[in-house]
Design a protein around this ligand. Structure first.
Ligand SMILES: Nc1ncnc2c1ncn2[C@@H]1O[C@H](COP(=O)(O)OP(=O)(O)OP(=O)(O)O)[C@@H](O)[C@H]1O
Length: 949
């Protein structure tokens, strides 16, 4: 509507000072008008014939507010003495009718057409940036690997495979049980990150042994940009004193030490009273349980696990304490299914034939190669249709892949348990054992050799350091390896402390110590001193506690000052160095006294089960089965016969156990934990979605639009700083600026640099900033072409599908287009195919702002007509797009539902909640899509001009 006579009481907006809000004509006498802007409490005077003002008239359906802040949707607009009366119903259902003078003055124009008519036009580049941002955002959200790009991690197939499999589920509950050092923390981080980005997890809680708090805090932040708040008892107390509600509600992501929690009942109560979406528990094998009784730690986690929907338990040794302990972890994941231990043991035994069948099927090239018994077993295990395909030779090869998948899906603890081994992951360095046999020092001659496991305990305390030959051996060793970082592990904290003190003070060796007697801060400090490349310690002496969960792969020499009796502890020790990121062979050095119990242990590990040079999947079990022989041999270390018999027996048990694991449940587990071709597909998708060059181009435009300065730093990196003209705070950009790279390989080597990916909070923040602000949603340009008559007006309109629905539904995923782009003329003819986006951008010329405002004042009515034409044209498109989205969604969810409910019939690990959730989700998505509509997101009006040439 155009209405330019100035009448007292009318509402107008300033084209050049839109921030003043809605103005009221105070006086209109002849050539001068006075406008009062109540929101800014300021008046302006203008010449009536060229006032930079736009008339504001609302239409039916617009939502407005009164100056008393009562809002309503306009149902009728009545003219009244040159002004308007707006009528409607308030939210409380009361009829309301107000003069336009009584409108709220604090309006802010953000709708494209309102801004356009108010003369607020943006640069062409900003309009183009907006359209590009819509496309990029849509592409991200639609991808099945959205959430897996942003980690500062190498793209390792075994981790991405698990993360993708697990994170796509509703409230996943799994046990991540990869072998030591294969990256369970990273897998948990990837899963959490993906679920956070997709809106499924808003609040997460991590509970870990106190010694690992700092490491988790740092890993989550530097690798995933997830900022956790550490709440220990001191912080809990401080927060309590502030009296601002439950201390655990003070942060979105919280990290806690298990022991700290156990010592503080109030902390436990507060933690249980808070709402969480995901719980992660590291080193979960510490939670002791038996059918008769469970530890306090177990009980606490059990209570938390019962009320938090998603649960990730991490342990490298799921069966460390035997099958009972394994069952205890599974119970936490799903107590409905794992409620009877004896039943579970029976089920476990039943996996063997399935596993064998899978192997036989895999090896067969034709149906006929399978025996009649195997064929009939398959008939029992798989779907009828699939069985028919499998048994007809021409379909055998294709059906075989599906049949194996079905067998894996339906049998075993598969869905709740993932375990990758070094055999699958490959590329790990060798482990090399170096044995140093020392003769018994004089002071120990006559001691009971069968007791010598920790030799330092057999000297007088004052002089063990002087007399224990392992110490002098160690000093020589360290001096001979001056340029290497050496990790030394011993069982006892006292030993570690005294040994380090001696190395440091008496021998002048740069060393650090790490044991349970130190505060967490001092432990982290010691680890950091050891990690420091330039001025750091040459060696770190750790007690057993140092051997759990820590990352010391920058070192490749490990000294085992003594040997633990538990094979899992031995594996934990070696796992500090033999982990992802280790680039050298790992050298394991063991000094020991000949003819003592200690030497028996060494032979048992090395000659009996090869535990130093390879990872043992079942060390604990082998230990259990050879316990008696071990004790006998240790009781008489000089008795070669006993030693021989121990070694032979251990070798036999090891061979048998490994063979069993290969064929039984472990083989099933291995197959289900890693599917090479799917893993490669996931890695490929992550790589192709990463598009670092495009991201750099996009961010150049964003920095430009928001006034952020950037300059090259070194190859592949930039320095970003707030510019002097920056008007709003730029997300995640500190005042002092930062150095960033778009390259993963660079980011992995340079942790001081920010790694910018499409999922980095700065990039996500920038995308939000563009799309949630009005930047670029109204533009005016020339269009140099001879395809349309010069002087005509065209409208380029961008529509997006909007819906009011919960974020975690991610409706965008089902909508095939990020936006609809239309180019129309006054008669509704469409030109978007003739002038494709890129071409239009190239042909679009700048119109100076003042000229644009002048033109807009005269073009209101034709532009309103163009808008009408565009809106008419999208009606059908909206229907098609919605129908497509509904079909896509129903297809996907229906298939998923069918698959899961078929599975639920045979696999008890499918929780009924998962099926309910799918149905509810489908319903919510259905109504979300039904209520979606195409809404105008941006407009660019073009005046056609003659081509320049
Ligand atoms: N994808 C990856 N990219 C880069 N570094 C990785 C990756 N995966 C793991 N790492 C590094 O390898 C080391 C081992 O990973 P992590 O701590 O997650 O293993 P883990 O299985 O939890 O070990 P443990 O069994 O000792 O607790 C860590 O230093 C981790 O940062």
């Amino acid at each position: 509507m155009s209405d330019s006579a100035f009448i007292v009481g009318q509402r107008w907006v300033s084209n050049s000072e839109a921030e003043l809000g809605l103005g009221i004509i105070q006086e209109s006498s002849g050539r001068r008008i006075e406008v009062f802007f109540p929101a800014a409490a300021e008046s302006r005077f203008y010449a009536a014939d060229n006032a930079p003002l736009s008339r504001v008239i609302y239409s039916e359906g617009d939502k407005v507010s009164t100056r008393e802040d009562v809002s309503f949707v306009i149902s009728a607009v009545q003219p009244f003495n040159g002004c308007y009366i707006y009528q409607g119903d308030t939210e409380a259902g009361e009829p309301i009718s107000i003069h336009e003078m009584d409108l709220d003055s604090r309006v802010h124009f953000n709708q494209p057409q309102d801004r356009f008519f108010a003369g607020q036009v943006d640069k062409n580049s900003q309009f183009e940036l907006r359209a590009k941002t819509l496309s990029y955002q849509h592409e991200l959200v639609k991808s099945p690997v959205y959430g897996l790009l942003g980690g500062r991690v190498q793209l390792l197939p075994h981790q991405l495979y698990i993360a993708q499999q697990v994170a796509q589920r509703f409230a996943p509950r799994v046990l991540l049980a990869d072998e030591v050092g294969l990256g369970k923390t990273i897998e948990a981080g990837l899963i959490l990150h993906k679920q956070v980005l997709s809106g499924q997890v808003r609040r997460a809680l991590i509970v870990v042994p106190d010694a690992l708090l700092h490491q988790w805090l740092v890993e989550m932040l530097r690798r995933f940009n997830l900022t956790f708040t550490l709440i220990d008892h001191e912080r809990h107390e401080a927060l309590q004193e502030l009296d601002e509600g439950n201390p655990f509600d003070s942060a979105q992501f919280v990290l806690c030490g298990l022991n700290d929690l156990l010592a503080n009942p109030q902390m436990q109560m507060d933690m249980l009273a808070a709402q969480w979406d995901m719980l992660i528990v590291d080193e979960a094998h510490h939670l002791a349980w038996s059918p008769e009784q469970s530890s306090e730690g177990y009980q606490l986690i059990e209570t938390l696990a019962a009320q938090i929907p998603a649960l990730l338990l991490l342990t490298a040794t799921p069966e460390q304490l035997g099958i009972e302990s394994h069952f205890a972890r599974l119970r936490l994941l799903d107590s409905d299914k794992f409620f009877d231990f004896d039943d579970f043991v029976k089920q476990e035994a039943a996996y063997q034939p399935v596993s064998e069948l899978i192997e036989q099927l895999d090896a067969a090239e034709t149906w006929a190669q399978l025996s009649a018994a195997q064929q009939s077993q398959l008939k029992d295990y798989i779907d009828e249709l699939l069985f028919q395909q499998l048994s007809s030779e021409d379909q055998f090869t294709v059906a075989k892949v599906d049949a194996i998948q079905q067998l894996l899906d339906r049998h075993g603890t598969g869905r709740v348990l993932y375990r990758n081994t070094r055999d699958v992951v490959k590329g790990f360095p060798n482990r090399i054992l170096h044995q140093y046999e020392l003769s018994l020092p004089q002071a120990l001659v006559g001691e009971e050799v069968s007791h010598i496991i920790l030799p330092e305990q057999h000297f007088t305390e004052a002089d063990w350091l002087k007399n224990d030959s392992r110490v002098s051996w160690l000093v020589d060793f360290l001096k001979a390896h001056r340029d290497d970082k050496i990790l030394i592990i011993c069982a006892q904290a006292d030993t570690a402390q005294q040994l380090e003190n001696y190395l440091n003070i008496n021998q002048g060796i740069r060393s650090a110590v790490f044991h349970e007697g130190l505060s967490l801060v001092n432990r982290d400090r010691a680890a950091a001193y050891f990690a420091d490349d330039e001025e750091g310690a040459q060696c770190l002496v750790c007690s057993e506690i140092g051997s759990e969960g820590r990352n010391f792969q920058f070192s490749h020499h490990l000294v085992l000052f003594d040997l633990p009796v538990n094979p899992d502890l031995l594996e934990q020790r070696i796992g500090r160095l033999d982990r992802i990121g280790q680039h050298h062979d790992v050298h394991i050095h063991v000094p020991y006294y000949a003819g003592t119990a200690q030497s028996v242990l060494l032979h048992w590990y090395h000659d009996g089960m090869n535990a130093f040079e390879q990872v043992l999947a079942a060390g604990q079990r082998i230990a259990g089965e050879t316990k008696q022989q071990l004790q006998a041999a240790m009781a008489e270390p000089g008795n070669n016969k006993a030693l021989d018999s121990l070694i032979k027996q251990t070798q036999k048990v090891t061979e048998q156990t490994l063979a069993e694991l290969q064929s039984g449940r472990h083989r099933l587990l291995e197959r289900h934990s890693y599917n090479e071709s799917h893993a490669e597909y996931v890695v490929g998708e992550v790589e192709s979605l990463s598009r670092s060059l495009e991201l750099a181009g996009f961010m150049d435009d964003v920095f430009d639009a928001f006034g952020v300065d950037q300059q090259p730093h070194s190859s592949d990196s930039i320095i970003i700083e707030p510019g002097t003209h920056m008007q709003t705070q730029f997300p995640e950009l500190p005042d002092e600026g930062l150095t960033a790279t778009y390259q993963r390989h660079k980011a992995l080597g340079r942790e001081d640099m920010t790694f910018l990916t499409w999922e980095h909070p700065m990039v996500l923040g920038a995308i939000d900033m563009v799309l949630n602000s009005e930047l670029g949603n109204s533009a005016f340009c020339t269009l140099a072409t001879d395809e349309v008559k010069a002087g005509s007006l065209l409208l380029e309109a961008i529509f997006v599908m909007r819906t009011v629905s919960e974020r975690d539904l991610q409706i965008q995923r089902f909508i095939s287009e990020s936006h609809i782009r239309l180019v129309v003329d006054e008669r509704g003819r469409q030109y978007q195919t003739l002038f494709e986006e890129q071409d239009f951008n190239k042909m679009a010329g700048r119109i100076p702002r003042a000229t644009a405002q002048e033109l807009i004042r005269h073009a209101r009515s034709p532009v309103e007509n163009l808008l009408e034409q565009a809106k008419k044209a999208v009606v059908d498109m909206e229907k098609t797009l919605k129908q497509e989205a509904l079909d896509n969604m129903n297809n996907e969810l229906e298939q998923e539902y069918q698959r899961l409910s078929a599975l639920a019939k045979v696999n008890p690990n499918i929780r009924p909640q998962e099926l309910d959730y799918l149905k509810q989700r489908q319903d919510k998505l259905n109504s979300g899509i039904q209520s979606a509509s195409l809404s105008l997101d941006a407009i660019r009006v073009a005046i056609v001009t003659e081509p320049n040439n």
